[in-house]
Design a binder for this molecule. Structure first.
Ligand SMILES: [Zn+2]
Length: 335
């Protein structure tokens, strides 16, 4: 009752929607080379780091969307249940998190989506409504499968050109097996930076005439001008040069979603004695956890001031059948 009162009050102030979402890629998904002990790495993430993030959300009084990997849902059902019990949304992040997802055949892609869907439904009793591809790699096949399986939204599109350039350089310099990292096609970067109804024949383009579509693309946001993606990892990696206030204000759009990765909540003591070549986790840990949480908390406070925070499936439901405005829409538009 109280929550309904608050939402009604916020909506009457013309606030539009924002979301926070998190990819539950474990420490095992942040390695340059495969680990000899993947189970230990997954356990650290699921038994120490996920509960820490849930506490953080409780202290912030927020509901988020969790993109979960089917295999881990199967291994840690109790943790998944605790996420669900806290009222968060559980969405699909494939069964095995293949980094070369876009290179799989149509049949294998559907298998990855269907198996994770089955695990999530088995544990939570709810069919996931949303999907995010590993490494933001999507193509026409993925949209065809998601529509066929009656998903409400996809949230895989990262259209930051800056990110594309960084990833290309990283791939050339540090990755031996070039199939290990897949880049999206350059034309995908012309897609809108706010939620839109994707065209059936070109998902990166907005469908102008479809008022009744029930499928929405909710892309990762990006900063105006600098073009960095609106993901919390950017704040951690560039904190010396990029003040959080600038990061936030240049990322503001009619609707925004902030993407976290669970490894950003790992602390030094979690990985003490673990000898692995992590891609990003050590960088995150170079900033004390308390400082990271303070920084995230201030970012979330600005978002709460300017937006009503809801889950991605609620965001998609609010947009169904409505032609979504693009970048040129006013800061606060009414649905
Ligand atoms: Zn992932």
């Amino acid at each position: 009752m109280f929550a309904i009162f608050i939402i009604t009050k916020l909506m009457s102030q013309n606030k539009t929607f924002a979301n926070i979402n998190i990819d539950l890629d474990t420490l095992n998904d942040d390695l340059r080379e495969p680990s000899n002990n993947p189970n230990l790495l997954k356990e650290i993430t699921y038994q120490r780091v996920v509960p820490r993030f849930l506490n953080f959300l409780r202290s912030e009084n927020l509901k988020a969307t969790f993109f979960c990997i089917g295999q881990d849902v199967k291994t840690f059902p109790e943790v998944i249940k605790s996420i669900d019990n806290d009222g968060h949304e559980i969405a699909n992040h494939t069964m095995n998190h293949p980094k070369q997802f876009a290179l799989l055949s149509m049949v294998d892609k559907e298998q990855e989506i269907a198996l994770a869907e089955k695990e999530i439904e088995r544990i939570t009793g709810k069919r996931p409504e949303g999907f995010r591809a590993p490494g933001y790699t999507i193509d026409e096949d993925v949209f065809t499968i998601l529509r066929k399986r009656q998903y409400s939204y996809d949230a895989s599109l990262n259209n930051s050109l800056f990110y594309f350039i960084l990833k290309s350089i990283y791939k050339q310099l540090f990755i031996k097996n070039k199939n290990y990292l897949v880049l999206q096609k350059l034309k995908h970067y012309a897609s809108p930076a706010v939620p839109y109804i994707p065209r059936a024949d070109a998902f990166w383009k907005k469908e102008e005439n479809d008022e009744k579509s029930s499928f929405i693309e909710i892309p990762i946001g990006k900063m105006k001008g600098i073009d960095l993606p609106f993901i919390s990892a950017v704040l951690l990696c560039f904190h010396r040069f990029l003040p959080a206030s600038l990061f936030y204000n240049l990322s503001r759009r009619p609707m925004i979603n902030l993407q976290f990765h669970i490894n950003e909540f790992t602390q030094e003591s979690d990985i003490a004695g673990v000898e692995e070549d992590f891609i990003l986790t050590k960088t995150y840990c170079s900033l004390p956890l308390e400082k990271r949480l303070t920084s995230f908390s201030s970012l979330l406070n600005w978002m709460k001031r300017d937006y009503t925070l809801i889950t991605l499936n609620e965001m998609a439901a609010s947009l169904k059948g409505k032609n979504v405005h693009a970048d040129d829409a006013p800061q606060h538009f009414k649905f």
